[in-house]
Design a protein around this ligand. Sequence first.
Ligand code: NI
Length: 395
Amino acid sequence: MLSNIKDLATKLAPRLIEIRRHLHSHPELSGQEYQTAAFVAGVLSSSGLQVQEGVGKTGVIGELQGIGESNRILAIRTDMDALPIQERTGLDFASRASGIMHACGHDVHTTVGLGTAMILSQLAEELPGKVRFLFQPAEEIAQGASWMVKDGAMSDVTAILGVHVFPSIPGGSVGLRYGALTAAADDLEIIIIGESGHGARPHEAVDAIWIASQVITTLQQAISRTQNPLRPVVLSIGQINGGRAPNVIADKVELKGTVRSLHPETRANLPAWIETIVANVCNSYGAKYEVNYRQGVPSVQNDYMLTQLLQSAAEEAWGCERVQVLPEPSLGAEDFSVYLDYAPGSMFRLGVGFKERPTNYPLHHPQFEVDENAIITGVVTMAYAASKFWNTNAS
Ligand code: NI
C-alpha cells in the first residue's frame, strides 16, 4: 500500500502544487470561504467522493466509502481560511486579494486534504471502512470546528487526524507530539470601577487606573507563586482602556486579555483564581469590579494510539531521521480540540521550513512562505496513516 501511495503522490505532485498555488492566490477570510469551498467540492466530486457543501456554514465534507464492512469511520480534518494580512512575499502566486493572505498555511492543509482524498479514492478497494474528509472554515476565529460539529460532522466518527504546517521544522519532516500539542485559549475581561476626582486630590477619589495596575501586577506575580510551574499558565493583558483627562482620576478601567493553559484541571480553576485576586485587590482600595471569563477552545490533547499510528506511518514512509517527537507543546490555540470532545484524535506538524535559509518567517507573518516539497510529505503521511487505521487498535 505504501509504495502505491508514494507512486500516486509522485504522479500527483505537479497538480497538487498547482492546487496549492491557486488556493494561495485566492485566499478568503474566516466564514467567507465560498470560492475555496466550491473549488474543494469540485475536486472531491471529480475524485468520486460523496460531497456535502454548506456544512458548518462554508465547510465541505467529502466521504469515501471503502469496500470493507468496518463501521469504524476515520475523519481527516483540514482548515481552509486565510488571515487579514497584506502579503509581502513577492511570489508569482502571491495573494490577489488585497489585505488577505494564507499566512498560516491553510492553503497547504486544504491541499493535503485534497491530495489524500485523490489518492485514497484510487485505493478505495483496499479500505475496510469509510474516510470522512472535513474541510473546515473559520479556524482563525476559533469558530469553524464548532460549526462543523453542530452540523453533524463528527457523528459516528471513530477517530480524527489533522495537520498543521510548522516553519521551524525543515520541509519534508514531520513532527509528532504525544499529549498536549496546543493550549486552551480563554478570553478575559476585567472592569474596575473606582470614583472620579481631581488629580491633585487622590485621597478623595478611588483611582481605577492605579488599582488596574495593581491587579495586573498581582496577577502576574501570583502566577509564579500560586500556579504549579509544571502546569503552565500564561495570562496576557493586551488591551487597557480608561481615563478621560490627564488631571482627572479615572473612575473606570477595562482590561482585556487572553489566558492560556495546558491542563484541563488547571484551566477549570482559573476563573475563580482570577476573580479572587481581582476581588482582593479591589476590596483593599475600595473599588468595585466585574470579571468576565469566557472559555474559548480547549487544549489539543493528542491521543497516544493515534499519535503512534501517525508516527509509524511517517517513519515507514520517510525514515526516522525525518520524523521528530516534539519535546514541547505550543501555547498557541487550535480549534481541532473541539472535535476531540467527540472522538480521540491526533494532529501532526508538517515541516515547511526551507533548509537552506537561515531563518524562516513565522506563521502569521506577511512574508511567511512554505517549502512546497512538504505537500507530498503531508499527503503520503496522511494517506498512509489512514490506510493503516483499520489495522490498529487505535480507539
Ligand atoms: Ni493555522
